[in-house]
Design a protein around this ligand. Structure first.
Ligand code: UDP
Length: 452
């Protein structure tokens, strides 16, 4: 298991509550509630795809002026071609975002295609190692790993066509595709979604020569950027308020999902939605919950699934099940990647939401939780502090103990928790919605277009 950051660090109570430190009462005991829940329902087939929203649909959320501005910015780019490439079509935040971004760019007549690189298990094991190493984990870069990485990228380079005017490569996995660059006046952009603030020097040293060949790099936070000889831009990731994951839901549907999953809405619900990945510290969440639940009656929902580029997922899920033991209040859901509506319902049913990552890129699950007005506890890593301003739009934690403390605090201070949720939603509306993201892309494409 990954070491949990600063286990000994002390969390401070939100200090403007008059009852801080005094309101913790022992949970009402729930004797006899030992029977296992009924087996939760699973969704074996993906639902029919939902047509993507149109720009005008966002007017009711962000206002007409913002949408008019997007159309104005796009005028100069009409008919230009753009290709986005990433490493997985489902699971994970990048795929989630591209699913929404690509149709909107097409709507403003930037002709956008999205391709996904392919590779065997060995390739995705190497890229997972790189991904973790670039976010600071120990890693020994072997010649075999280099060869696997380069060979798979070369195969993808030969398979994919790169005829568009703008090429955007997402994350390190496909970074060497820059070698497909021809002499034609193309613009190549590397969009980095991970935390590069403290990368493993060997892996970064190996990748850096590829990155330097791009025309620009985009990072998700000021602190993620590296010294590079190319222009760098800051794009916060975003969520789509109209997607299945984030749209408003009828309470009857939320209730139905909870019933199907064996979740009792009459008791507080603490939820973490995340791939089963050690960087998300799922075992730490269970430990924190078990501590908090000694004082506050509650249930924990751990909802996750394995991304197609994450071979470790199954092993982590086993660890999570082991940590939960036969506790009937810990509900572990291994959901297929097409369960966006169910995740939405789970988030809306939650009393508080946790994202106790010990390493994180940006953490879209945090954005999703804040948008739903939920009091949110986040690990103070990666892009989470951009979203959670401590004690204003949520609370940040640095340890299992701190997380347990904040779970207990928020569950026993509902007024404070509600205020955090409201502030969090306003923060997302201002900074992290899809419409702002489209605006950033259009501005960047205009800048690059003006350069030739
Ligand atoms: N997600 C999901 N099902 C799961 C786990 C995660 O749909 O079982 C979604 C989650 O709602 C979010 C994205 O996957 O939209 C995860 O993005 P995030 O940036 O939080 O983490 P990543 O997985 O990219 O590291």
């Amino acid at each position: 298991m990954e070491p949990v950051e600063s286990q000994t660090r002390t969390e401070t109570a939100p200090d403007f509550s008059p009852s801080a430190g005094t309101a913790f009462t022992a949970a009402p005991a729930t004797p006899g509630r030992v029977e296992r829940r009924k087996r939760p329902r699973t969704w074996e087939t993906p639902p029919a795809p939902v047509p993507p929203p149109h720009l005008d649909d966002y007017k009711k959320i962000v206002g007409e002026a913002e949408i008019d501005e997007l159309r104005f910015l796009a005028r100069e780019l009409k008919g230009k071609t753009l290709k986005m490439v990433n490493s997985t079509a489902v699971g994970g935040g990048v795929a989630e975002m591209l699913n929404q971004l690509v149709p909107l760019l097409n709507e403003v007549e930037v002709v956008t295609h999205w391709d996904v690189i392919t590779g065997g298990n060995d390739f995705f094991e190497v890229t997972k190692g790189f991904h973790n190493a670039l976010q600071g984990s120990d890693y020994r870069l072997t010649q075999q790993a280099r060869d696997i990485f380069l060979m798979n990228n070369e195969q993808n380079r030969q398979r994919l066509q790169f005829n568009e005017e703008f090429i955007v490569i997402h994350d390190p996995q496909p970074a060497p595709l820059i070698q497909a660059r021809t002499n034609s006046p193309q613009h190549w952009v590397w969009r980095c979604h991970i935390d590069l603030s403290n990368p493993n020097p060997e892996v970064w040293g190996f990748l850096r020569p590829f990155i330097e060949k791009y025309d620009a790099a985009i990072f998700s936070s000021q602190s993620f950027a590296r010294q590079l000889p190319i222009p760098q831009y800051l794009f916060y990731p975003c969520i789509d308020p109209l997607s299945e994951k984030n749209k408003e839901l009828d309470d009857a549907f939320v209730q139905q999902v909870c019933d199907e999953l064996g979740i009792d809405r009459s008791r507080p619900i603490v939820t973490q939605v995340s791939r089963f990945d050690r960087a998300k510290d799922p075992v730490g969440v269970i430990q924190a919950f078990k501590e908090a639940r000694k004082y506050v009656d509650s249930q924990l929902v751990m909802a996750g699934g394995g991304a197609t580029d994450d071979p470790e997922g199954a092993a982590v899920l086993r660890e999570v099940r082991e940590a939960a033991g036969d506790d009937p209040d810990v509900i572990i859901l291994d959901l297929p990647p097409w369960c966006a509506l169910q995740i939405n319902a789970l988030q809306r049913a939650s009393t508080i939401i946790v994202q106790k990552s010990v390493k994180e890129g940006f953490g879209l699950t945090v954005t999703e939780a804040l948008w739903k007005g939920k009091p949110t506890i986040g690990g103070a890593v990666g892009g989470i502090p951009n979203q959670i301003i401590h004690k204003l739009t949520g609370v940040l934690v640095h340890s299992v103990e701190g997380c347990a403390y904040q779970m207990r605090y928020l569950l026993t201070h509902p007024e404070f928790a509600k205020q955090l949720g409201e502030n969090g939603r306003a923060h997302v509306k201002e900074n992290f919605l899809m419409t702002t993201n489209v605006r950033r892309w259009l501005l960047l494409l205009r800048i690059l277009n003006g350069r030739k």
